[in-house]
Design a protein around this ligand. Structure first.
Ligand SMILES: C[S@@+](CC[C@H](N)C(=O)[O-])C[C@H]1O[C@@H](n2cnc3c(N)ncnc32)[C@H](O)[C@@H]1O
Length: 219
């Protein structure tokens, strides 16, 4: 238990108490409200909170982040707790999950988080959530589809960080063309949180400069 306290303190720093409060909310109300399965309670820290916060080391200082398909708040809430320098939008289409996210943000007094309802690919969302430095996503869609949804929300040079686990390299190979068509370049697999029991395997894709003349009309 003491070991766990050290790991949490190292990962969340001054946000450790907030992270513990989030874990408690998930374990009780998250399960009651069907946001997380009852079997997840025993592995809330390793599989969910620590696995989520592991990506903090890949996110630049002061970045504007959008967490696409945040669900119960993963990875967006742990990231926002550990990194008060970030401004994080939690994007989620389902009303029930939006209500949960808003309650958690209020209870934890997370002043660096905004909750937005919608689908990443909607025009209204692209207008409202644009020029982000980083988009995160965990368990939302195959990589190619994610690239099409997330890259338009980023500034040129911004990064999609997709938590993918063991399928990461395979998804890059399978979806390489789709990623390129979506304007993504240099997809790479990275391991974040090497000190953890369950480090996070992510795919990082950068939004490229638009190709010169790509949208020019043919005469
Ligand atoms: C399996 S859950 C994962 C939730 C959370 N990221 C996690 O790791 O626990 C997938 C989430 O993506 C959301 N989602 C699905 N399609 C989406 C879209 N087009 N844009 C934004 N969110 C979407 C769903 O509503 C759901 O909350």
């Amino acid at each position: 238990m003491e070991f766990m306290t050290d790991v949490v303190a190292e990962a969340f720093g001054a946000g450790s108490d907030r992270a513990t409060r989030f874990a408690e909310l998930l374990a009780v109300h998250g399960v009651e409200r069907g946001l997380i399965g009852p079997r997840e309670v025993d592995r809330l820290w390793d599989r969910h909170l620590l696995n989520s916060v592991a990506i903090a080391e890949c996110v630049p200082q002061g970045a504007a982040v959008v967490d696409v398909g945040s669900g119960a708040g993963l990875p967006g809430i742990p990231l926002a707790i550990a990194r008060p320098d970030l401004s994080v939008v939690l994007l989620e289409p389902m009303a029930r999950r939006i209500a949960w996210l808003e309650e958690v943000v209020t209870k934890l007094e997370l002043t660096n988080v905004e909750v937005v309802r919608g689908r990443a690919e909607e025009k209204a969302i692209r207008q409202r959530v644009s020029d982000r430095d980083v988009a995160t996503a965990r368990a939302v869609a195959p990589l190619g589809k994610l690239a099409g949804w997330c890259l338009p929300l980023l500034r040129v040079g911004g990064q999609l960080i997709a938590l993918k686990g063991s399928s990461a390299a395979e998804e890059i190979e399978r979806d390489r063309d789709e990623i390129a068509r979506a304007g993504g370049v240099d997809p790479v697999v990275q391991t974040c949180g090497r000190g953890l029991d369950e480090p996070a395997t992510v795919v990082v894709v950068r939004r490229a400069e638009p190709a010169a003349g790509r949208h020019r009309r043919r005469r």
